[in-house]
Design a protein around this ligand. Structure first.
Ligand code: GLV
Ligand code: MN
Ligand code: MN
Length: 415
């Protein structure tokens, strides 16, 4: 297709859609709290479906609660080319993580529609369910189930902290969108490209608008349960205590040393820490914490990750410890032709771009296992993300959506 045939996205429209979406689950601190398939997240799905229906685009939901918006192509036998991301956020998260990728995909469909263009392949904008993993563990479960990396029933049986199952939440989503069609789980895609804010500082520091993502680091997540004995805090001498908090903090300090690298490549985080029974005057008999460990090298993930269990056992003192690996994902390299296509699209539009590596995890990880996949990053203020202060500029949002639109249209013309 000639370059001058590529549709131009509507910068004002996509920005206004971000502002509208940011009201659903808005926090007093200026962020968004919209955990997967809560009433807020379902409201975000509904708003998107309303916009889609107003356009005449088909809306479908699959058995895992992923939502698909389709603009047909000229050859119904061809698999869709797709873009998308997620509407869920971290607790008190930001206004752009996830939703930017969804709205960029939707804007691409609208821009193509405004231009009256007929593509060969259908185009789809996808909302993957439960990307953040903040409510249901593990994250990226919508895309993982869709691509066969996780089992549907395992994920539907998964419960949040209040005991609510994913299955019940998917039923709620379906009930809220009675007009949505049923999408066959795992229907093949001909290609997938995801837009996202960088969530790191490189693009801003280099003054670049587009990050052409070459790959994504892998991760291993663990849950550590420490059991000691509840006791009276006023009367129990140190020698008689089985203080689970003390043991857990000893483990945390020892792990931090083991995972320390001078190059600062290892990403090691204890983001959840619970102490029970959680009373001022009780020596705690239980403590538990999570470990989120990420690295670009599969070997390092293996070697360092395998040390979690032994290090915890060595620092348990009088307590008992159990470690469980709750999820893992290998590092991903996106296919070179897709990476080059994204770089060329940015250059054609005159956007300053650079190669970049993703420290965060994204749904494109799983799509890359079943179809040609890639990612487009845009800068975010000071690299801040998973934070209410997350910010992206309207001009960068527009640039990212334009690259997504151009790449989708190109992919949609391939055989
Ligand atoms: C996704 O939000 C991640 O934690 O990488
Ligand atoms: Mn995200
Ligand atoms: Mn996130």
């Amino acid at each position: 297709m000639a370059d001058n045939m590529l549709p131009t996205i509507n910068a004002e429209r996509i920005w206004q859609r971000h502002l509208e979406m940011a009201q659903i689950g808005a926090t007093p601190g200026g962020g968004v709290h919209r955990l997967a398939l809560t009433s807020q997240d379902i409201a975000a799905h509904r708003l998107l479906a309303e916009w889609a229906e107003a356009r005449g685009f088909a809306v479908e939901i699959d058995a895992m609660g992923n939502m698909f918006i389709r603009r047909p192509g000229s050859d119904p036998a061809l698999a869709p080319v797709a873009s998308g991301s997620h509407t869920d956020t971290q607790p008190n998260g930001g206004r752009f993580d996830g939703i930017f990728g969804v709205l960029a995909a939707f804007e691409a469909l609208e821009a193509v529609d405004d231009a009256g263009l007929t593509t060969r392949h259908p185009l789809e904008a996808i909302v993957w369910n439960n990307e953040e993993g903040a409510r249901f563990v593990p994250g990226c479960s919508g895309s993982a189930v869709y691509t066969g990396a996780m089992a549907l029933d395992d994920m539907l049986d998964c419960r949040d902290r209040d005991g609510v199952t994913m299955r019940a939440c998917v039923d709620d989503l379906r009930a809220a969108l009675p007009a949505a069609g049923v999408r066959e789980l795992g229907r093949p895609l001909a290609g997938f490209v995801e837009a996202h804010i960088e969530q790191g500082p490189e693009l801003e520091a280099n003054g670049n608008t587009i990050g052409v993502v070459g790959g994504m680091q892998g991760n291993r997540r663990f849950h550590v349960d420490v059991t000691g004995e509840d006791a009276h805090s006023g009367t129990t001498p140190r020698a008689g205590r089985k203080d689970a908090f003390v043991a857990a903090t000893d483990m945390a300090v020892a792990l931090r040393e083991v995972f320390w690298d001078d190059e600062d490549v290892v990403r090691f985080t204890i983001g959840q820490f619970d102490v029970l029974p959680g009373a001022k005057s009780v020596v705690p008999g239980k403590a538990s914490f999570t470990i989120d460990f990420r690295h670009p090298s599969a070997e390092t993930l293996q070697e360092l990750g395998d040390r979690v269990g032994p290090v915890c056992t060595a620092h348990a003192g009088p307590c008992h410890v159990e470690t469980h690996e709750i999820s893992s994902a290998v590092p991903v390299d996106f296919p070179k032709p897709m990476v080059s296509r994204i770089a060329a699209a940015a250059e054609r539009r005159g956007f300053a771009s650079q190669p970049i590596y993703s420290g965060a995890g994204h749904d494109a990880r799983y799509l890359a296992e079943t179809c040609p996949a890639g990612m487009v990053f845009i800068p975010c203020w000071r690299g801040i993300s998973h934070n209410e202060a997350e910010r992206a500029e309207p001009s960068d949002i527009a640039a990212g959506a334009q690259v997504i639109s151009d790449v989708l249209v190109e992919l949609a013309e391939l055989p």
